[in-house]
Design a protein around this ligand. Structure first.
Ligand code: AP5
Ligand code: MG
Ligand code: ZN
Length: 217
């Protein structure tokens, strides 16, 4: 299966992607994670990416598409992929659609997560991440076993550098104007499955809604 998971920043894409890859034969490809790994290397490219990301701006399409293409051609994605955070602009979706045609790959579905923005802000501002393995927690709802330390690596958890209120508001504004048209684009092709969530839907409830969709594909 070849899938996209999309939705506003902080809606739960990464959290659900981790559950999806455990059950289905798809490899997770998050452009945000790819960029953060490049930043960790402290390369020139990483420093350029950090500038855009910390302010909550999108990385320019040309650079994003180049990095994405170099990743997607790797053999690990041959059996199936789950894109998280790409495509996020119409220009990226055009480049991706061309790639699919050239490589004779079929996109099976798009999962669009939907949640009210005030709940999203509460989720992002309380997010903690492991600097080593990237595992994500929430200070109130998805707590680590030992306060402030990763369950897997025992590393001290940190806040993401773009999880400051100013950057979050910018990310939401950009996503509403640039990423919503991408969802419309795939909806016109009848590929989008909307998952509308309530504040109280925990990660398992959301995952069972996604399973219902994926088991029908
Ligand atoms: P990216 O890393 O993709 O960030 P994002 O889209 O802003 O999304 P997030 O990762 O913040 O949220 P998420 O939906 O994964 O939510 P999560 O599961 O963590 O991109 C970062 C930046 O990189 C961009 O701003 C841009 O600069 C750049 N970039 C990336 N891709 C790009 C592209 N294609 N083009 C240009 N630039 C690009 O959940 C959030 C919180 O909620 C967590 O604390 C989690 O524990 C909690 N939570 C999740 N589910 C639940 C639940 N059901 N109940 C309670 N809490 C929950
Ligand atoms: Mg994410
Ligand atoms: Zn960890």
């Amino acid at each position: 299966m070849n899938l996209i998971i999309t939705g506003l920043p902080g809606v739960g894409k990464g959290t659900q992607a981790n559950k999806i890859v455990e059950k289905y034969d798809v490899k997770h490809l998050s452009t945000g994670d790819l960029f953060r790994n490049e930043i960790k290397k402290n390369s020139d490219k990483g420093q350029e990416l950090k500038k855009y990301m910390d302010a909550g701006n999108l990385v320019p399409d040309k650079l994003t598409i180049e990095i994405f293409k170099n990743e997607l051609v790797k053999p690990i994605y041959k059996n199936g992929f789950l894109l998280d955070g790409f495509p996020r602009t119409l220009e990226q979706s055009r480049a991706f659609d061309e790639m699919l045609v050239d490589a004779n790959i079929k996109l099976d579905g798009v999962i669009a997560l939907d949640l009210a923005e005030d709940i999203i802000i509460e989720r992002i501002t309380n997010r903690l991440v492991c600097p080593k393995c990237g595992k994500t927690y929430h200070k109130l709802y998805i707590k680590p076993k030992k306060t402030d330390y990763c369950d897997v690596c025992d590393m001290k958890l940190i806040q993401r550098s773009d999880d400051k209120l100013e950057a979050i508001e910018n990310r939401l504004k950009i996503a509403n104007s640039q990423t919503k048209p991408v969802i419309d684009h795939y909806n016109e092709k009848n590929l989008v499955n909307f998952i509308t969530m309530k504040k109280t839907d925990d990660t398992n409830v959301v995952f069972s809604m996604i399973e219902n969709v994926l088991d029908r594909l």
